[in-house]
Design a protein. Sequence first.
Lengths: 816, 199
Amino acid sequence: MKSERWKQIDHLLDSALELKPEERPAFLAERCQGDEALRREVESLLAHEQAKDFMDSPALEVAAQAIAADQIEERRTHVMDGPPDDTTRKFATNQLQTNVNPSALMPGVMLAERYLIEKELGQGGIGVVYLARDQKLHHAPVVIKVLLEKVRENKHQDWIEKKFRQEIMALSRIDHPGVVRALDVGELPDGRTYLVMQHVSGVSLRSVISSRGMGLARVGHLIRQIGQALTAAHEQGIFHRDLKPENIMLQQAGGEEYPKLIDFGIATVLETPNPATIQATQVAGTLDYMAPEQLQGKPTAASDIYALGVIAYEMLTGRMPFNPETGYGLLEMQRTGVRIKPCDLRPGLPIAAQTVILKALSFAQADRHARAKDFGDALAQALSVEVKETQPTLSGLELAHVLFTDLVGYSKLTIDEQTLLLQYLQEVVSATESFQRAQASNQLLRLPTGDGMALVFFGDPLLPVKCAVDVARALRSRPEIKLRMGVHTGPVQRLSDINQNVNVSGGGINMAQRVMDCGEAGHILLSRNVADVLSQLKEWSQYLQDWGEQEVKHGVKVHIFNLHTGEAGNPELPAKLRRVAPPEPRKKRPPLVIMAALLAVMALGAITWWAIQSRFGRTPSLPETASAIAPARQLSYWLTVQKDPKRYPSSKPFILGSEIIFEAGYQVQLHISSPQAGYLYIINEGPVQTNGLPDYNVLFPDTATNNGSAEMTANQQIQVPQPSGNWIIFDKEEGVEKIWLIWSERSVPELEAVKGRANPQDLGVINDSSQIKSVAQYLATQSAAKPEVEKDEMNKRTKLTAKNSVLIGVVKLEHH
Amino acid sequence: MELPSSREVTQLLLAWSEGDQAALEKLIPLVQAELHRLAKHYLGREHRGHLLQTTALVNEAYLRLIDWKNVRWQNRAHFFGVSANLMRHILVDFARSRSRHQAGAAQHVSLDEALEVSQERGADLVALDEALTALAELDPRKSKIVELRFFGGLSIEETAEVLKVSPMTVKREWSKARAWLHRELTHVRSDEIRTLEAN
């Protein structure tokens, strides 16, 4: 029986889990209204909810591991009792005395009649770490570190041992809640020193860093405390030298989060003087946090500050500041400095915070903060400055000045060329004065667009124009980079997403893209309202050319101006405008002509509408479109997508006009509609089965909807899967779901034969191999003629048009 | 020992679900065979980093034990429920007899690595079973979800199918149930629930 109280707790948990962790305390305080017991209860469960990996392995695995542990234990007991044969004796000797076995401590071994080794937790280059129970202290868990036996074969053995003892001494001197405590020191029978330390509960910082960056306030809070802990260590003359998110544990107490540094010093006692050997002894991943002087074998306190800077960068952006392939490459990149700035990756990040992080990442130690604490405090301070939010307007809309850029011929490049080019473009844009000014005053949002970017400026309407001109100038030395740009001033809406990132949407952006679309390589095109502002300024008005009103996608008309300063811009009229529009400024057209044109368009009807739209460059003249009226088939589809509700609890379903690459846990519904009547079949094709035949799954028609019929009336909408509350859910398997859409004028016998499979028993699976073959053959023959695909981002639809009486389209849902 | 065939296991599970107690006696050794096969794999493992392989092996073992492909669709949900319950029964019994065998030694059957690294006490299947029974008193649906997922090895979607709720509900309930159990097993729990219940 659910008690009322438990229901209340359960309900509060649901609501709190939808919120960001930092918002939860305030929410609970409000909802619990002084009921402290209730608040504590919910908070305590929320804290335990963080133990993400708990029960991740199924029971069968747990039990099997237990059997394995028993058998190890059994072997050990045999050894103690006297070995039955030589093999075991050898095993025993290895376990306890010789240098051959890398880890002499086995689960079940008792150390100093006090610590019962339970499990090995991990190995570094020179040390190994165990989880043990302190038998004298109620089986309390402790962590024990020992140098690996192979260290003894190292010629620097004495030095390493001495260094390890020094580290132990030093660690026992640090008395700070942010640093793991040393509890005991002892010697193994073979003479090696071991260190017993406090066992830290909680999750590692690594497990909470998300690819989109963590909440600003949380990052500030954590980095400040880590900075203080590091400074406490530095004051005792101890450097961590292996600071990374894996070595920082997060503990929960009283609704607050406290970081604790573990693994002090041990991993880098053995310094390696040159980067080439680092790779041999270290995991490649740990190089990411190493300061240049540490890569050169001379770590200092400033190296820890550098590492903390890398961690802060990663916490805020989800990415690393440098992504080299070798240690040498890294050193070079560090010398050049951070190219992709945190603000580039995290819109809305205060510029002051970026400055603080870049200072910590300085190549020269002297340029970094004097103390780790100074860095942490400065970053927390910079992050606590309220992001300057513009007061919401009545409509929620704001006027933005949008610069839309696009690399011409981008899709023809190889992927690495594309990446390089985009990176270069990003650098050029970020270097312009207007970009930096707008960024500094937090009046800029940047949206990646795939083959370029959109910059959304608030405030000064001249900023995007100046930015465009500066970029064009900078690109003059690189004529192989063909960039076109468009500027428009229009309404946008700022949206905050769950990670406090600010995003923006609205017609202002779409229109800037339309303006840009009119141009070719080198063009800087402006919409009328931008040109109106410039024409008021003598400095600019001289560079404007009026190209008159142009028709862009969907019959929308835009008045285009060209900006050409001599240094920047392209004076040539684009070929596509030349074909449609007379180069002379237009006279007012008599209203009668417009009416006639309208009538003509209406007469063509909805069907030809798509055909007309097919591509901007081929804006129609009447005879062309007339031929498209014939028996063409049209179909449009779109997707409703719900992000993984577990990872993004507050995300709502949204509509996509075309496919993206989905993550595991995403859920999708496919919608289909056509202005025509006809017969629709939807079939999901899986991987080829062992018998060599494809695996087909009939999704539509199914017996439960549309009376089991494939026949559709004009404008009827169909959703897959059925019933309407169902979703296609992506699992962890990577791959592509291929969904065939067959849209035919007449019913298709091959498919009519299998449509009955979509019933609750068979779930659409086709078993009969002759049926599978006939479907496969039908699809192979019919799909030879590919439909024309048009992505209509504005209306969020993908439209398919085929010339035949059957349209065969494929929707590919890729997931990883 | 020879590997049990999935058909054999499925037949036994179905028989057991229809009340044939003798089937259980035949099932236990089959489950144990799978366990030993997996354990052998762990022993052979010298270093870490074989996690993926392990996961695949465990999934395979589950598939061999609970092979829904041979079960008719109408029975699917019921079959899952029965299998998960049976796995719980067998595995917890196994853990209980094991801890009787070794007094005082390191008998904790850890639920996962994170737990070991992160908490104060190792937890074992017996303790989990008890906690789960306690959870069933408080919230039967959550307890059932844990049984299906953890003991039965079912995916979120399969669990949703058995309980006839949405996958989203399963995910939400699973994460809350896990939080509750984690707290129970790590003994950090103050006795507030009981205090609250008394109110």
